[in-house]
Design a protein around this ligand. Structure first.
Ligand code: ATP
Length: 216
């Protein structure tokens, strides 16, 4: 968010992404969609949907619903995906190769413009048609390519030092797959994908699932 713009919480931004999935899967573009239809598809309350959409300045008309295309455009703009983003990736191991094979990024407007690694045997190799460059080219490549985002798939021991280099090179946001808490300056945004933590969330929920059941 800009200094003067509305500041969305991460949880709200996550719900907007879910609403957008629902809107793009909506069968008929001509047909309106109601907040309760979005709510049912996503699994949140009707009131929550209306609050989130009202916070975007998008008030549906009671009894009429939202135009799905128009609403999708408003959400895309709030999420920042109404325009393309250039992305670099550092650490071209197995996880990175799997990510690079996934075609969905490009479809969403994320273009991977450069790959980096520090292993001498990997430099010069092409993955999905993109050459792997040495870290010494990080700064110039990021600036020349106008990359704003970085995907970090290095081992956890290397993550902080590589992140520091990315910050120095002018990157504005990092998607971190290393299972560490990175320290970044406040002008650089961080999202961490930690699969072990997500599995722990799942085991917590499974373990306590019975707690929520009404006494029989
Ligand atoms: P591989 O066996 O091909 O290296 P991997 O997935 O087991 O794959 P990891 O040890 O997870 O490899 O490391 C991921 C990638 O990060 C590797 O390609 C490794 O060379 C690279 N890497 C490790 N340290 C750094 C670093 N400081 N800077 C850039 N890349 C690094």
């Amino acid at each position: 968010a800009t200094a003067e713009g509305p500041r969305l919480s991460r949880a709200a931004a996550h719900r907007l992404s879910l609403y957008l999935r629902c809107l793009t899967a909506w069968p008929s573009e001509a047909e309106k969609i109601s907040s309760s239809q979005i709510a049912a598809a996503v699994g949140v309350s009707d009131a929550q949907v209306r609050r989130d959409l009202a916070a975007l300045g998008h008030l549906g008309q009671r009894g009429i619903g939202y135009d799905p295309r128009e609403l999708a455009a408003v959400i895309r703009e709030a999420l920042g995906i109404h325009r393309p983003w250039r992305v670099v990736l550092v650490g071209v191991g197995n996880l990175a190769r799997a990510l690079l094979r996934y075609q969905g990024f490009r479809a969403q407007g994320f273009e991977i413009v450069a790959l980096f690694d520090n292993h001498p045997n990997k430099i010069g190799e092409c993955v999905e048609g993109i050459p792997i460059r040495p870290l010494s080219e990080l700064q110039t490549t990021i600036q020349q390519e106008g990359a704003e985002l970085a995907i970090l798939t290095v081992p956890k021991e290397a993550a902080q030092s590589v992140a520091d280099c990315l910050v120095k090179a002018g990157i504005r946001g990092i998607l971190n797959f290393a299972p560490v808490v990175l320290r970044l300056p406040p002008h650089v945004q961080l999202v961490t994908v930690d699969l072990a933590i997500q599995l722990e969330q799942l085991t917590f929920l499974v373990q306590h699932a019975d707690d929520a059941l009404p006494p029989s």
